[in-house]
Design a protein around this ligand. Structure first.
Ligand code: ZN
Ligand code: ZN
Length: 338
């Protein structure tokens, strides 16, 4: 089968590799779509590296079952599925505390590497794609699950003023989730068409950060009080500092994005102390978030098609990665043709 293999920085090649074979508890899947995640692009640009190349990328993949292993129950060829790549053990320290996204024995490699024609996944980690949900929409299950794990920490109440800093694909999902919680959603970005898109998916106020003082604007919009909840959906320490400056009393600030390059931020601990600010982080998702994300897609609560800017065949994956690097457009999905 054809697969995209990363050989090093900005060196991705599509080549023939052996077809995968499902084991007893696994299914073989004809991959239809795989979304490009910012984490894939970090490997591509060398922000993350390994000494084991080639590396296979892509975890946001979906497809149709071609074959089931002898011990698989409840699935059959023809089923449309999305695999949850985080195969948790259920018995380590973190699983038993319910922090499944930190499972010490996660077997993620079993379902990783979706930029190819066929994949295998453990049947117990599959979710069936509801009938009217497209493959393209279903490939957002994983990033949306991450957003759910994050926004929960913001404890948004109806009528809250919520700021989303950075409205790339992730920020646009946060925008819709915050809206659904009943918030007034204020979004900040420096890319005009991202702000426009945010408006399209429900943002109430857009702030172009290169043109206006975002902190002053949020302060003014909230009668001097500051926002109730802020999601930092862009990995810049300046954005995180800005978020803290916008936070009102009892506000929650969630550092959702990873920071690349890593850095330090200016932080006056008295701001956290005297305003009782909840400064939190979030990373990845739990199996329940994954299930819930697919439901939100099914119910039409989060709209995903407007977030797709590029649909490219596997042979053009290089262009897809470059588009993300240069922040051209929004979500890039790779359509795996027969
Ligand atoms: Zn992802
Ligand atoms: Zn575990």
């Amino acid at each position: 089968m054809k697969a995209a293999m990363l050989y090093g920085v900005r060196d991705v090649r599509v080549e023939e590799i052996a077809d995968p074979t499902p084991q007893e508890t696994q299914v073989l899947i004809d991959i239809k779509v795989c979304g490009v995640c910012p984490s894939d692009v970090r490997w591509y640009t060398g922000a993350r590296t390994t000494d084991q190349y080639p590396r296979r990328l892509g975890h946001e993949w979906v497809g149709e079952i071609m074959e089931v292993g002898p011990e698989v129950e409840g699935f059959q060829p023809g089923d449309r599925v999305v695999p949850d790549w985080r195969v948790v053990c259920g018995e380590c320290h973190y699983c038993r505390r319910g922090i499944f996204n930190y499972c010490s024995n996660t077997r993620g490699a079993l379902v990783r590497g979706g930029f190819c024609e066929e994949g295998v996944a453990i049947a117990t980690n599959l979710r069936v794609i509801p009938e009217h949900v497209s493959y393209e929409e279903a490939c957002f299950t994983e990033p949306l699950a991450c957003c759910l794990n994050g926004i929960r920490k913001n404890r948004i109440q109806p009528g809250d003023d919520v700021v989303i800093v950075g409205v790339g694909p992730i920020g646009l999902m946060h925008t819709q989730l915050a809206k659904y919680h009943g918030a007034r959603v204020i979004v900040c970005d420096r890319i005009d068409n991202r702000l426009q898109k945010a408006e399209e998916v429900g943002a109430d106020v857009t702030i172009q950060v290169d043109e206006e003082d975002a902190v002053a604007r949020v302060t003014e919009l909230t009668d001097g009080r500051g926002a109730n909840a802020i999601v930092v959906a862009v990995g810049s320490t300046k954005a995180a500092e800005m978020a803290l400056s916008m936070a009102g009393i009892n506000a929650s600030v969630n550092l959702f994005a990873g920071f690349y390059p890593p850095g330090t931020m200016d932080l006056d601990p008295n701001v956290i102390h005297y305003k009782q600010i909840d400064l939190t982080g979030s990373h990845d998702f739990t199996p329940h978030d994954f299930t819930t994300a697919l439901k939100l897609i099914e119910y039409g609560i989060v709209k995903l098609e407007p977030l797709i800017s590029h649909r490219l065949p596997l042979d053009e994956i290089y262009h897809g990665f470059e588009a993300v690097v240069h922040q051209e457009g929004l979500k890039v999905v790779i359509e795996i043709q027969e």
